[in-house]
Design a protein around this ligand. Structure first.
Ligand SMILES: [Zn+2]
Length: 185
C-alpha cells in the first residue's frame, strides 16, 4: 500500500472520507524542506555535518473534513513536529532545532469564497488535486525561524564566554541596575 501522504486526490475526495493520515516520515522524504536543511548545514565543515540528518522523523497527523454542513468547503487540520539539524547563526555550530507546525485550513479553489469561517486559515489550492505531504511540508517550512540559534546560552559557544557575567546576574539581581547607575554618573 502506498503512503497516503503522497497520494494525489481532490480536496473534496480527501474530505469526503474524513481521511486521517498519521505522519511518520523521514525528513529526507520532504524534498523542499530537506533542501533547506542541507543548504543550511553546508555552512559547516564536512566533518561536523550530522551524518544521519535525513533520517530524522517528522511526526504528526492530518485530519480532513468539511467546515460546512453542505460539504462544500473541505478542511484539513494538520499537526506536525520534527527536530531538524541546523547551524546556530551565533556560534556557527550545529544544534538540534525543534519545529512545530499547526494549522486549521480551509482548502479552497482560487475562485472559491468562504465567509464566516474565521477559525480557519484559507489555503488556496493551486491544482485540482492535492498531495497531503505538500501541506505538511509548507507548514514546517513556514515554522522555520528567520535566524536559527541556540536558545540556551550554556549550549552556545558564542554565549559561553559571557557565562561568568550571567552567573553573577543570577546571584546579584541588582547588578544590572548598579551598572546602569554607574553609566548615568
Ligand atoms: Zn550557538
Amino acid at each position: 500500500m502506498g503512503n497516503p501522504l503522497r497520494e494525489r486526490r481532490t480536496a473534496a475526495d480527501w474530505a469526503a472520507g474524513s481521511q486521517v493520515i498519521e505522519i511518520a516520515d523521514k525528513i529526507g522524504d520532504f524534498g523542499e524542506l530537506s533542501a533547506i536543511v542541507e543548504a543550511d548545514l553546508a555552512a559547516l565543515d564536512a566533518a561536523k555535518i550530522p551524518a544521519d540528518w535525513r533520517d530524522t522523523v517528522v511526526e504528526g497527523r492530518l485530519e480532513f473534513g468539511f467546515a460546512d454542513a453542505q460539504q462544500m468547503l473541505p478542511t484539513v487540520t494538520c499537526r506536525a513536529r520534527v527536530t531538524v539539524d541546523a547551524v546556530c547563526q551565533r556560534c556557527l555550530e550545529p544544534f538540534r532545532l525543534p519545529l512545530e507546525a499547526e494549522g486549521e485550513l480551509l482548502l479552497l479553489a482560487f475562485d472559491q469564497n468562504a465567509d464566516g469561517f474565521d477559525d480557519f486559515e484559507v489555503w488556496e489550492l493551486e491544482e485540482d488535486q492535492l498531495r497531503p505531504q505538500d501541506i505538511v511540508e509548507e507548514l514546517l517550512i513556514m515554522a522555520l525561524p528567520f535566524s536559527a540559534m541556540h536558545t540556551e546560552s550554556a549550549a552556545c559557544k558564542a554565549l559561553s564566554t559571557e557565562e561568568d557575567d550571567s552567573a553573577e546576574e543570577m546571584t546579584t539581581p541588582f547588578a544590572g541596575l548598579r551598572e546602569q547607575m554607574a553609566q548615568d554618573n
